[in-house]
Design a protein around this ligand. Structure first.
Ligand code: GLN
Length: 519
């Protein structure tokens, strides 16, 4: 195993700039790691060794000529399979898109290519991003590298597991109700949902347009800032894209790492930090709050009374939008086409019915039915209309809270990673995992999840969530980097250095206590 795979993307970028390694060597090291462990983890649906190595060679040539395309030029990346990649399969974890090769790149993918990042492959996900465990993938689940019998979170479990298993130094995810942050929490990695409209959705296969957002999946806060800057900013191809420059994210992360948070006001969301959370999750959350105070922040409690309705609101709005978005998978335009059995000259409608029946999994069908019902005339105002009104109240809670504090915080997920199969037959139990992440999507505000340590009772990672006002994504990085630095001083290095089995041991940072002493 190459030592390069344990480095952060920022460290790899420095090593490339210093000429200590080539992009071809880095890319090959990650491809070797994928070959060695992905049989067990199943983070990838598709690996593009040839394309990644060709992009790496082109990156090395640019660097040799003294003209790298960006700071991250040559650092490889994995991409969630919900983003269109020209010439590479894009299935959204669904049978209905099996074999579809997009003729174009999503804007974020085009930006990665322009910035010189070789694309290692496409990562596994719950079908059409519906789920919290990656078990709804039509291609089989991804396994959590901390414990292969457990879920890696979802829907972007593939991207998070790829980072936690050191198969990629960076990845892209998408977050409609928590699919970047919750997998980050349960795998001990970092995930960011940017401000709605801050990163282009062009070429992201839509689940729920008013909620979906592309964002970074990484192992450090600084790496997320670097990737966010590479993919973010205005895109004329996305009508909801914000036409103004991103805040200085990398600068905010570097400033935060210096550790001084004096003058910062942090609000603990009353409704998201008590009932329904595992004891070990709450203990780690409290410990992080103490570290924020030690760094100079003032911590107060803030009530957001309508957040208790967020889950119900989301599970109306999201299926409504999804039922409409998924109507385009009709067996006529892309992907799977199934002819109904025993029908002599099937009509177009017969073919659509048979194809959608065979092509969509149970969870997708459940949400199409729910959304179609809620949008039907007679019920529209009672369900969809009411949900939209509650959504406005939730945005109002955020607005009022951000008048009092600079950032809001909560645990990212109510529990640590559960066992594969444990919640598969209980949709409501599965939906509850998104309790704390959903409000941000409903209001369009940005959020980050970063590792807060291991729960006492099961030794599994816990996530700490920070939310900021729309367009103030820089605050996530400043506060996140400060907390990360304080936590890593306690642990004696990154949390992932403590991961068993698959994770290679990382050397503790010099001058700090070893991991063992802190257990
Ligand atoms: N788990 C949530 C759902 O099932 C969120 C999914 C997501 O963010 N894509 O809808």
């Amino acid at each position: 195993m190459s030592a390069w795979i344990t480095k952060s993307a920022a460290e790899l970028a420095d090593a490339l700039a210093a000429g200590e390694v080539t992009s071809v060597e880095l890319t090959q090291a990650h491809l070797d790691r994928i070959a060695a462990v992905d049989g067990q983890v199943h983070a990838f649906l598709h690996v593009d060794a040839e394309g990644a190595l060709a992009a790496a060679a082109a990156s090395d040539a640019r660097r040799a000529a003294g003209s790298p395309a960006s700071v991250l030029d040559g650092v490889p990346i994995a991409v969630k399979d919900v983003l269109a990649t020209r010439g590479l399969p894009t299935t959204c974890g669904s049978k209905i898109l099996e074999g579809w090769i997009p003729p174009y790149d999503a804007t974020v993918v085009a930006r990665l290519k322009d910035a010189g990042l070789p694309i290692l492959g496409k990562t596994n996900m719950d079908e059409f991003a519906m789920g919290s465990s990656t078990e709804h993938s039509a291609y089989g689940p991804t396994h959590n590298p901390w414990d292969l019998d457990r879920i890696p979170g979802g829907s972007g479990g593939g991207s998070a597991a790829a980072l936690a298993a050191f198969e990629a130094p960076l990845a892209l995810g998408t977050d409609t109700g928590g699919s970047i942050r919750q997998p980050g929490a349960v795998t001990g990695t970092v995930g960011v949902k940017p401000t709605y409209g801050g990163v282009s959705r062009y070429g992201l296969v839509a689940m729920a347009n008013s909620l979906d957002q592309v964002g970074p999946v990484t192992r450090t806060v600084l790496d997320s800032a670097l990737l966010h800057e590479a993919i973010g900013g205005h895109d004329p191809r996305d009508s909801t894209s914000i036409d103004q420059p991103l805040p200085a994210l990398v600068e905010a992360a570097r400033l935060g790492a210096a550790g001084d948070l004096s003058g910062l006001k942090v609000g603990v969301i009353t409704e998201l930090s008590g009932e329904g959370y595992q004891a070990g999750v709450l203990a780690r959350f409290q410990e992080s709050l103490d570290l924020l105070v030690a760094a100079g922040a003032e911590v107060v409690e803030v009530s957001c009374p309508h957040f208790v309705h967020a889950l119900a609101t989301y599970y109306l709005i999201m299926p409504c939008e999804a039922s409409s978005n998924l109507a385009k998978f009709d067996a006529m335009r892309y992907g799977l086409r199934v002819l109904p059995e025993g029908v002599e000259s099937p009509s177009a409608e017969d073919v659509m019915r048979a194809s959608r029946d065979a092509g969509f999994g149970d969870e997708v069908k459940r949400r199409i039915i729910l959304g179609t019902y809620a949008l039907s005339s007679g019920y529209y105002d009672a369900y969809y209309g009411t949900a939209q009104r509650v959504r406005t109240l939730i945005s109002g809670d955020f607005a009022a809270a951000f008048e009092q504090v600079d950032v809001l915080v909560s645990p990212t997920a109510p529990t640590t990673a559960f066992k594969l199969g444990e919640k598969l037959d209980d949709p409501l139990a599965m939906y509850l995992n998104d309790l704390a992440t959903i409000p941000a999507n409903l209001a369009g505000v940005p959020g980050i999840s970063l590792p807060a340590g291991l729960a006492e009772e099961d030794g599994l990672p816990v996530g700490f969530q920070i939310l900021a006002p729309a367009l103030a994504d820089d605050r996530l990085y400043r506060v996140g980097a400060a907390l990360e630095a304080a936590l890593e001083r306690q642990w004696g290095g990154p949390l992932l250095a403590q991961a068993p089995a698959l994770a290679p041991a990382l050397a503790p940072a010099p001058g700090h206590a070893t991991t063992e002493e802190n257990r």
